[in-house]
Design a protein around this ligand. Structure first.
Ligand code: NDP
Length: 240
């Protein structure tokens, strides 16, 4: 294969499963992370995939990080915007920092990373930009005005960029996972999580590998006619 794929937030959870699946499909993979050096070290030891530490919400840091990845692996063919955080609070209690941290990491990152790779993709007439949105960007969620706004923003970004780049062979899609068994979801109190699972028609959490499989498909040549779309993978919890 030999194409270069970058997965932001690829050292844990869904991103790690995506990176491993792309690696198995013979992409040259780089992952990014922000703070958890221990998880990054373990991930690289287990997979042999290099991890690059920078804040995806910071444009200058992304510029330096992408330049380093390109110098070590080559131009980026596939970008997976996966890094994300939650800072939940009801709006009447939400601090400006909780709002801006979530927009910074979940939405500004998508601009930063896409902006830095899209020109090269256009020049080479091939590219795949795949962003991980969320069920809560589609339907909204109590306590997540910040997260729902950021994830809905990712869907709007995807629709607009897809139209800008279609003629250049660059497809742009989003995936909206439902509740997936990762650290982010394990942080939800067990009783609340049990109530959530009860409302999922498949009666279970999703697995990171089930999101990774969708990414591998969207990155492939076979997915060349799919663009501007949001692919829902949520166990039937919200049917759009
Ligand atoms: P995790 O919390 O398990 O992992 C998050 C990853 O993002 C980590 O590698 C983390 O790095 C990285 N990261 C966080 N902030 C930054 C930053 N500023 N710069 C660079 N990297 C950063 O998350 P999940 O695997 O659960 O979620 C992955 C994506 O899927 C997110 O966008 C999330 O919103 C979305 N999603 C998740 C769902 C779920 O049920 N889990 C459902 C729907 C969507 P570090 O380890 O250094 O902190």
């Amino acid at each position: 294969m030999g194409r270069v794929a970058v997965v932001t937030g690829g050292t844990r959870g869904i991103g790690a499963a995506i990176a491993e699946a792309l690696h198995k499909a013979e992409y040259k993979v780089a992952v990014t992370y922000h703070g958890d050096d221990e998880a990054a070290k373990k991930f690289t030891e287990k997979t042999g995939i290099a991890a690059y530490k920078f804040d995806v919400g910071d444009y200058d840091a992304c510029e330096a990080g992408v330049a380093k990845i390109v110098s070590e692996l080559g131009p980026v063919d596939v970008l997976v915007n996966n890094a994300g955080i939650t800072r939940d609070a009801l709006l009447h209690k939400m601090t400006p920092k909780q709002w801006s941290d979530v927009i910074h990491t979940n939405l500004n990152s998508v601009f930063n990373m896409s902006r830095l790779v899209v020109e090269g993709m256009r020049e080479r007439c091939f590219g795949r930009i795949i962003s991980i949105s969320s069920i809560n960007g589609q339907k909204g969620q109590v306590g997540q005005t910040n997260y729902s706004a950021a994830k809905a923003g990712v869907i709007g970004f995807t629709k607009a960029l897809a139209q800008e780049t279609a003629s250049k062979g660059v497809t742009v899609n989003a995936i909206a996972p439902g509740y997936i068994d990762t650290d982010m979801v394990r942080a939800v109190p067990p009783q609340v999580l049990a109530q959530i699972v009860d409302k999922i028609p498949l009666k279970r959490l999703g697995k990171p590998e089930e999101i990774a499989a969708m990414v591998v498909f969207l990155a492939s040549n076979q997915a060349g006619f799919a663009t501007g779309a949001t692919f829902t993978v949520n166990g039937g919890q919200y049917i759009t």
